[in-house]
Ligand binder design. Structure first.
Ligand SMILES: [Zn+2]
Length: 306
């Protein structure tokens, strides 16, 4: 009788030991799978942050892009000398590779110490092909010299008055004609989405008063300290306007071929003679864009690849 009880106790112990082994195995699997997942996420996030940061200064500054990418990789837990940055496609694609070691917690019991994760992230920039918020101004298709002064809306009697239509000074009728709609569009940008290939109507007349009001309003909305300048500005500043690049289409209409960013510096001239002056800048906007048929006028969107 005693022997039977002993042997029952013995087999129960074996059962418990077996169950424990299975349990530890499962816990280790779950815990270490979690660690691996976390490590993967941290590495992906760090590399994504690195490429997105670097892309902000492409295509004009590839060396700066490398520096920025490495800084952001480091801010996100990687070593600067452990990431490789490459820039390709005419300085329009940046990729960053990095690796991370994940030390296992339980799996060591079974002889697995760590995992090596290797990943690459890639970001590209593309010319903006659509935008919501353009101003009712325009620039005809041409090569733009960033940082040089341009006049956007001409004054009456000035060259090139009415190059495509008599009494036209460079303004657009977006969502309707007239001074009130024009002024509103100048204040806050046209609220509809405009794409490359869209046909827009010209606004004729010199629009002097609403131009002065619109420009002064936007200038005053820059409450940044120090005040923004064309080479040192806050990205969301109202002094930066997205202007459609256009070519003639039909009677009193033009076709959009791209978008440019204009840093507003003021309104000059008196009465009917007034004009808007400022400088085109290279600018990155958040949001949608395409790399399709849009001309490159210095306004870019950034996207993650793969
Ligand atoms: Zn500002």
């Amino acid at each position: 009788m005693k022997n039977l009880r002993e042997s029952q106790k013995g087999s129960a112990l074996i059962m418990v030991a077996l169950a424990m082994t299975v349990l530890v195995g499962m816990v280790s699997l779950v815990t270490d799978a979690g660690l691996l997942y976390l490590g993967n996420q941290q590495l992906s996030n760090a590399l994504d942050a690195a490429v997105l940061a670097g892309a902000q200064v492409l295509p004009q500054d590839p060396q700066g892009a490398v520096v920025l990418a490495k800084e952001y990789a480091e801010k996100n837990g990687l070593q600067q000398d452990e990431v490789q940055v490459t820039i390709t496609n005419g300085n329009k694609v940046i990729s960053v590779s990095g690796n991370k070691q994940v030390n296992y917690f339980f799996a060591r019991i079974f002889g697995y110490d760590r995992a090596e994760l290797d990943k690459t992230a890639e970001a590209g920039i593309g010319s903006l092909a659509e935008y919501t918020g353009i101003v009712p101004l325009s620039i005809d298709e041409r090569e733009l010299y960033y940082g040089e002064e341009y006049v956007l809306k001409y004054g009456a009697g000035e060259d090139p008055e009415g190059i495509w239509h008599s009494g036209w000074f460079g303004t657009l009728a977006l969502g309707g004609g007239g001074a009130d709609i024009y002024r509103e569009n100048l204040y806050s940008g046209y609220l509809e989405n405009v794409k490359v290939g869209d046909v827009l109507e010209l606004e004729t007349g010199n629009m002097s008063n609403p131009t002065t009001e619109g420009v002064e309003y936007r200038m005053a909305e820059c409450r940044h300290t120090p005040q923004c300048t064309f080479d040192n500005y806050q990205p969301g500043c109202d002094r930066i306007m997205i202007v459609p690049v256009i070519k003639p289409y039909g009677h009193k209409t033009v076709e959009v071929t791209g978008f440019a960013a204009f840093f507003l510096e003021g309104v000059g001239g008196q009465g009917n003679e007034n004009y808007i002056y400022g400088r085109f800048i290279r600018f990155h906007v958040p949001g949608e864009f395409s790399t399709g048929q849009s001309g490159d006028y210095g306004v870019y969107g950034v996207y993650l690849r793969g």
